[in-house]
Write a protein that binds this ligand. Sequence first.
Ligand code: PHE
Length: 340
Amino acid sequence: MKEKIKQYLEEINSFSADNAEQLEQFRIKYLSKKGIITELFSEIKNVDKEYRKEIGLLLNELKKSSQEKINLLKQKFEISQEKGKSDLDLTLPADFVQLGSRHPLSIVRNEINKIFSRIGFTIAEGPEIEDDWHNFTALNFPEEHPARDMQDTFFIEKNPDIALRTHTSSVQIRVMENNKPPIRSIFPGRVFRNEAISARAHCIFHQVEGLYIDKNVSFADLKQTLYYFAKELFGEDTKTRFRPSYFPFTEPSAEMDISCNICGGSGCNICKYTGWVEILGCGMVDPNVLENCNIDSKEYTGFAFGMGIERITMLKYQIKDLRLFFENDIRFLKQFEGAI
Ligand code: PHE
């Protein structure tokens, strides 16, 4: 009998079940009322007295082992069952996160930055809230001169010396005040004008300013730099032309047109059938402006230019209404996905 019990003990210890059914079979075989262990207990009375105690202990061990085995396997099945029941599947890939895309104005600004970086221009920025000196006076806008009305300004009511900058030309002054020539920089940024909002105008828009100050900088340098820029941004076939203009801070001043990138110059409604579209203002930095920044105008000359990013983006992507840039309509913005 001792041998039999030991054999069962071995069987029980090495037992393993693949499912709950097999485990139940195991329980019935050993622990049910007609099971092996019950049977063995009932046989104890036939065992010689001197062995009864030993056999009893062995039987108890057998019973305990089988119960422990059942509990262990049960637990295992419960855990795996729970896993099957749960909605949480840790092996699934994470939810797709929809990334946004760059705003078209940022795309074009970055492109402009890159084009000028390639020919040695650095990038600087200035404050959006400016004082009269940097936005007007140092730029040669005389006091009470109607030129100040050219740019409808948002003033701070309590202090008319402080305003939202009307152009990025204010950064020219800041850079010239704080740096010695040679200076070769562009200044992208946001500007503000008190204008009614329409398809062609907004009270907030963006400009990129350019400034080049050194010895012997000429109008030819200005033209060549901007010609290079226009070809890089709008394509190799782009032509440029310069028309005389007026800005208080440049002399001479000009506006630059490019051949219409929509019709290639043959005439369409974008260029109003002229074949040309205006993209920027520019000129040679007025000696008064250099002197206002303590730069010797006999030793140094320079050129400056300023362009509206909205206008350039509208031309580049054939966008007809400027207000689209500020509405953040996802259907509009999605069209620029993938561009950087
Ligand atoms: N600041 C001018 C404007 O806003 C543009 C400009 C910049 C013109 C630099 C000449 C030189 O219209």
